[in-house]
Write a protein that binds this ligand. Structure first.
Ligand SMILES: C/C=C/C(=O)SCCNC(=O)CCNC(=O)[C@H](O)C(C)(C)COP(=O)(O)OP(=O)(O)OC[C@H]1O[C@@H](n2cnc3c(N)ncnc32)[C@H](O)[C@@H]1OP(=O)(O)O
Length: 270
């Protein structure tokens, strides 16, 4: 009898402003507009949305690093495009576009890491804030300088930054617009780790994460994300439900058995 195989073929679009590669479960998205310090043009934002869709559909991807080519991670939204916005309605749509793209990145089920070198300013920092974790190279500068341009952060910065580091510290950055050195960003909790080389440090962090059970990683992230904005009792119920899911996985059995047998676990993501 003829055998019907349903092979999953993932179509990866041709990207003009970013590079996408996957190696041993780790996806690397590299912003590629180095001549403009990877300023986030609408075309680049569109491609970030497309790559997020690819990542969400690719069962091989277990973690993602976002990085920038050239001298910076990203120096913000493209100011040439902002200068051309005709009226408040167009500007609102523009903010909604960036918010939507970064919401898709924030909603990815796998852990995401921003590898920041040079500058992460404005929309560039907002992209990093949409990631789960941030790693910075010594010498990097982070900030939300929009008020100095007569703007406010519009791709999620006024919301994600205070949730991450607290209202007072966020308002210090948002109202001064100052460039925060990587060392201070670490002390503020704005970045998780510092390294000589941001990408190497991000890969090190990713490898540490990838040792753990894949379904548990997704459930742990889901529990944190879904609990945000809920009251504690409701959020704890979600945690208990997801703990229940985790306990039903084959990986949980393997993880506990490996511990008892004093050997490293061999997780299969099941
Ligand atoms: C909702 C979101 C809103 C926002 O994100 S608003 C934007 C917020 N970001 C900023 O305000 C940062 C703007 N950039 C800068 O302040 C400076 O850059 C830096 C301090 C980051 C670096 O300065 P230096 O090392 O002197 O480089 P350089 O000559 O200014 O930049 C190299 C090229 O990159 C272009 N560029 C830099 N940032 C942007 C940007 N955000 N939008 C468009 N182009 C940008 C420049 O113009 C220039 O280009 P050319 O060589 O043709 O003169």
């Amino acid at each position: 009898m003829e055998e019907h195989k349903h092979e999953f073929v993932l179509e990866i679009p041709e990207f003009a402003h970013l590079a996408y590669e996957v190696e041993e479960g780790l996806a690397l998205v590299t912003l590629k507009r180095p001549e403009a310090l990877n300023a986030l043009s609408q075309d680049l934002l569109q491609e970030l949305a497309e790559v997020a869709e690819v990542i969400a559909q690719d069962p091989e991807v277990r973690a993602v690093i976002f990085a920038g080519e050239g001298k910076a991670f990203a120096a913000g939204a493209d100011l040439k495009e902002i200068a051309a916005l005709k009226d408040p309605f167009a500007a609102r749509e523009y903010a909604l576009l960036g918010q939507q793209v970064f919401a898709e990145i924030a909603a990815l089920p796998v852990p995401t890491i921003a590898a920041i070198h040079g500058y992460a300013l404005g929309g560039g920092l907002e992209l990093a804030l949409a990631c789960d974790l941030r790693v910075a190279a010594k010498g990097a500068k982070l900030g939300l300088p929009e008020v100095g341009l007569g703007l406010i952060p519009g791709f999620g910065g006024t919301q994600r930054l205070p949730r991450l580091i607290g209202r007072g510290r966020a308002l210090d950055l948002i109202l001064t617009g100052r460039h925060v050195p990587a060392e201070e960003a670490l002390a503020l909790g704005l970045v998780n780790r510092l390294g000589e080389d941001a990408l190497e440090e991000a890969k090190k962090l990713a490898r540490q994460i990838l040792k753990n059970a894949p379904v548990a990683l997704a459930l742990a992230k889901e529990s944190v994300v879904r609990g945000e904005g809920l009251d504690l009792a409701e959020a704890l119920e979600i945690e208990a439900d997801l703990f229940g899911y985790a306990a039903a996985t084959e990986d949980m059995r393997e993880g506990v058995r490996a511990f008892l047998e004093k050997r490293p676990p061999g997780f299969r993501g099941e």
